[in-house]
Ligand binder design. Structure first.
Ligand code: AVJ
Length: 315
């Protein structure tokens, strides 16, 4: 009944390459997973507590309400959560499945450790395995007694898929299908809704969303010897209806040249640095996405307002 951690940490060289690629591209944008260092994961947990950001509360209520039906629908298997983050949602499912083991993946080692410790308190008899990795790069789950020869059930809540471009999302869902070896996937996605509400959810009055975006700059200063002044960028979140997504960006407040990874990068006042996109999938768009990745949606549970759904995907 232990917590075990496997660290498949990405090479520091990958970070430099990603950042250089992202800053050379137009518009400038880095992969969203870079937002989740220890501090970023803590700030994301704080976003989930903001009144404007209802996604987490709605999904937790949905899982609580339908855990038994979901457990019955997925059948027996070891639950594998992709990107557990700081505030685990899997509890009601572990109870309903009467699970004896649980496997979680996350890019942030500290988030993984804390999440599993928190879960352990509520599920003392469940053996827990954390795998610290970038699951969008993982081809096969590492060999481990908790996984070898076991039927698997995937869990990908929190609309995390929204952070990927649709073509990348298809690739990721395909990857999960291979990783899960024929097992089902529970996929949580929120849907397009009133743009005013959406923009407020991604730019809360308390400024936590803005701090979360700016923390990327602090992280890069630390990890790539940068000299960026995070206050030299303002933050904004905009709904883009053609792409059905929220765009979150830092906007340079002035003309400036910053140093990062041993190179100068020039920004003109008003230049964008996109920190992430959050794509919102309608139920039909989700069904289409699943199909392109070799899955079909067997069932969908949603909240009363139909803002958010948990989908059961079968290969
Ligand atoms: C973790 C990708 C689901 O898009 O809602 C929230 C990330 N960023 N506020 C989202 C996020 C700023 C979040 N996901």
């Amino acid at each position: 009944m232990t917590i075990e951690l496997l660290d498949l940490h990405p090479e520091p060289a990958d970070l430099r390459r990603l950042v250089e690629e992202g800053l050379r591209s137009s518009p400038r944008q880095l992969p969203a997973w870079l937002l989740y260092d220890g501090e970023g994961s803590r700030l994301f947990a704080a976003i989930c507590e903001q009144p404007e950001y209802s996604l987490t509360r709605t999904e937790l209520a949905l899982l609580d309400q339908h855990a038994k039906a979901m457990a019955a629908a997925v059948g027996k298997g070891v639950m594998v959560e992709f990107g557990i983050g700081h505030a685990p949602k899997v509890s009601p499912l572990l109870n309903a499945m009467e699970a004896s083991s649980f496997v979680a993946l996350d890019i942030s080692r500290s988030a993984l450790q804390e999440a599993l410790e928190g879960l352990k308190a509520d599920h003392p008899t469940v053996s827990m395995l954390g795998i610290c990795c970038d699951h969008s790069q993982l081809d096969v789950l590492p060999a481990h007694p908790l996984l070898d020869g076991q039927p698997l059930v995937g869990f990908f809540p929190g609309s995390s898929l929204g952070n990927f471009r649709p073509d990348e999302a298809v690739e990721l869902l395909r990857r999960f299908r291979h990783l899960l070896r024929g097992g089902p996937l529970l996929l949580g996605l929120d849907q397009p809704r009133d743009p005013t509400l959406l923009e407020a959810a991604y730019d809360d009055a308390a400024g936590v969303s803005a701090a979360f975006a700016r923390n990327l700059l602090t992280r890069l200063n630390r990890d790539l010897q940068g000299d960026i002044d995070p206050t030299s960028f303002s933050y904004r979140a905009r709904w883009q209806p053609q792409a059905s997504r929220i765009e979150m960006a830092l906007v340079s407040r002035c003309d400036q040249t910053l140093q990062l990874a041993g190179r100068p990068w020039s920004f003109t006042s008003g230049d964008l640095w996109i920190t992430e996109h959050s794509v919102k999938y309608s139920p039909t768009a989700a069904a289409d996405l699943a199909l392109r990745a070799g899955w079909r949606i067997e069932q969908r549970w949603h909240d009363a307002e139909d803002h958010l759904s948990m989908h059961l995907l079968l290969p």
